[in-house]
Design a protein around this ligand. Structure first.
Ligand code: PBG
Length: 295
């Protein structure tokens, strides 16, 4: 399991996220404490999302070497060197319009201009000590561009976990509140995938393999168990699945209403994602599941 963390600047910040009960906005020092807790629960990795103090059209806080994510990487690596620190690479948390890339005069996301900025961000994360970068923007050609940028700067050993198959999903709702990244206009259908289309998943996965991805990811997990299993069958790369914010929030809501046994439903969800073929799972349930399994 990999646990998602939302990191912000400052110090001493640990603020619960309304849309994701039990998850917090954390400053670097508190993120390091959280990493210690993950280690004590034998959770091997975490993925970082940044909440910048400042947003602009080109998402410049996203590639600031002193931004929230690089600061958190350094603090976590100092405190818990063995934990695998993965970083989400995408502009949507950092742009004032909330899109995953730079927007042109016609209001369209400019794929190729965005690639350079994503590469810059991945490099800043690697330089700060990230063990792995995970592009989630869905621009075409980003894996190749990031791979080249990392290699040229000597980060030949930094793997890329690609959000290869990312559907345009209603289940990201609570995340967008957590990351303050809902698009200000339009939606993400221009770059994220149509949930009705299964074959495109295989094309996207094949493209990312060709470009040098080290790990593939399918997202969201529950509505895409068939896709996880198809991607598992077409590639021998390690496969990740993202059990996303909406999947977490709806289970908690049903549990709170007394409609469902939360622990049993959680374990069934995670087991079935694994059964579909995921080698590992990014999940907000990581701590709760580790505790449950420990008991
Ligand atoms: C950034 C990103 C998103 C998620 C992970 N990376 C939001 C989105 O694409 O809108 C969603 C994760 C979740 O819902 O838990 N692009």
């Amino acid at each position: 399991m990999v646990y998602p963390l939302f990191v912000c600047s400052g110090s001493g910040v640990r603020k619960e996220i309304t849309s994701l009960p039990g998850c917090y906005h954390l400053s670097a020092d508190k993120a390091a404490e959280e990493a210690r807790e993950l280690e004590s629960l034998n959770i091997p990795g975490l993925i970082l999302f940044g909440l910048p103090a400042h947003k602009d059209a080109r998402g410049s806080s996203g590639y600031d070497p002193n931004g929230a994510v690089p600061q958190a990487i350094r603090a976590i690596k100092d405190a818990v060197p063995e934990i695998v620190v993965i970083t989400d690479v995408c502009l949507c948390e950092y742009t004032d319009h909330g899109h995953c890339g730079v927007v042109d005069a016609q209001g369209r996301v400019d794929n190729d201009t965005t690639l350079e900025l994503l590469a810059k961000m991945a490099l800043v994360h690697a330089q700060a000590g990230a063990d792995m970068v995970a592009p989630s923007d869905m621009m075409d050609g980003r894996v190749a561009t990031i791979r080249r940028a990392l290699d040229i700067s000597g980060f030949t050993h930094t793997p890329i976990m690609s959000y290869a198959v990312k559907y345009c999903s209603a289940f990201y709702g609570p995340f967008r509140e957590a990351a303050e990244s809902a698009p200000a206009f339009g939606d993400r259908r221009g770059y994220q995938m149509d949930p009705a289309n299964a074959r495109e998943a295989l094309l996207e996965a094949a493209a990312d393999i060709e470009e040098g991805a080290d790990i593939l990811m399918v997202k969201p997990a529950l509505p895409c168990l068939d896709i996880i299993s198809q991607v598992r069958a077409m590639s021998n790369l390690p496969l990740a699945a993202y059990n996303v914010s909406g999947e977490y929030a709806m289970l908690l809501a049903a549990e709170q209403k007394g409609l469902i046994n939360g622990d049993a439903a959680m374990m069934e969800m995670l087991t079935c994602i694994k059964r579909a073929g995921a080698d590992f799972i990014l999940t907000y349930f990581a701590k709760r599941a580790a505790r449950f399994l420990g008991d």
